[in-house]
Design a protein around this ligand. Structure first.
Ligand code: DX5
Ligand code: ZN
Length: 221
């Protein structure tokens, strides 16, 4: 399997000094910045938009920025985030009227594209677009908040998606988001994930480097 990516969710960072937080977590060994966009409509919380993504780029962040859109509608934000420096843009298929079009829009704007599945969202949304996704993101909590517990049924769903990806022969990242911690990351990897979002598990500790090193140790075990 390809290398594992650790993607801290900045939802749990200190927003009053976000640039510094992102610098610190990248220096601590993170691979990707996970950027949670919530609109108080698709999910019951309100966070950050393209201006903040642009501000991180202007601050000098060069690592990939993984924009997780928890918004409805989706399309208008795609060009804005691409312009603001997003590397990956994922969205929830039930929040888009035209899934194929939205995936195409993301690619046209030079970003990698992905679909996000809530715990109860069926995988059948993938049936006709598997050849168009670069990332499949499984939510292991209901979206909207950091700090929730991992829903264990997601492990079976991960195994199913892992089989789909392997059978397709395509190079698709399998990302997991919600409740990822040092003590469950290995089981999650064994179920097939290769990209791990972790918010509270990382930003909730004072030593980001120690947590990320522990996660990597678990993954290498
Ligand atoms: C939840 C967000 C997650 C969240 C994860 O809707 O998509 O990215 O920040 O936070 P933890 O790792 O604390 O569950
Ligand atoms: Zn997220």
């Amino acid at each position: 399997m390809s290398e594992y990516l650790i993607a801290p969710s900045i939802l749990s960072a200190n927003f009053a000094r976000l640039g510094e937080e992102v610098d610190n977590v990248l220096q601590a060994g993170a691979d990707v910045v996970h950027f949670d966009v919530m609109d108080n409509h698709y999910v019951p919380n309100l966070t950050i938009g393209p201006m903040v993504c642009q501000a991180l780029r202007d601050h000098g962040i060069t690592a990939p920025i993984d924009v997780h859109l928890m918004v409805k509608p989706v399309d208008a934000l795609v060009p804005q985030f691409a312009k603001a420096g997003a590397s990956i843009i994922t969205f929830h298929p039930e929040a888009s009227e035209h899934i194929d079009r939205t995936l195409g829009l993301i690619k046209e704007h030079g970003c990698q594209a992905g679909l996000v599945f809530n715990p109860a969202t069926p995988l059948s949304y993938l049936d006709y677009v598997l050849d168009k996704v670069d990332v499949i993101l499984l939510m292991s909590v209901n979206p909207g908040f950091g700090g929730q517990s991992f829903i264990s049924g997601t492990l079976d769903k991960l195994r199913q998606v892992r089989r789909l990806i392997d059978d397709s022969g395509r190079n698709i990242r399998l990302e997991i988001d919600g409740g990822v911690k040092v003590d469950n990351i290995r089981a999650i990897a064994e179920a097939g994930a290769d990209m791990f979002v972790a918010g509270s598990a990382i930003f909730g500790q004072s030593d980001y480097k120690a947590v990320i090193a522990q996660m990597r140790r678990e993954l290498a075990r």
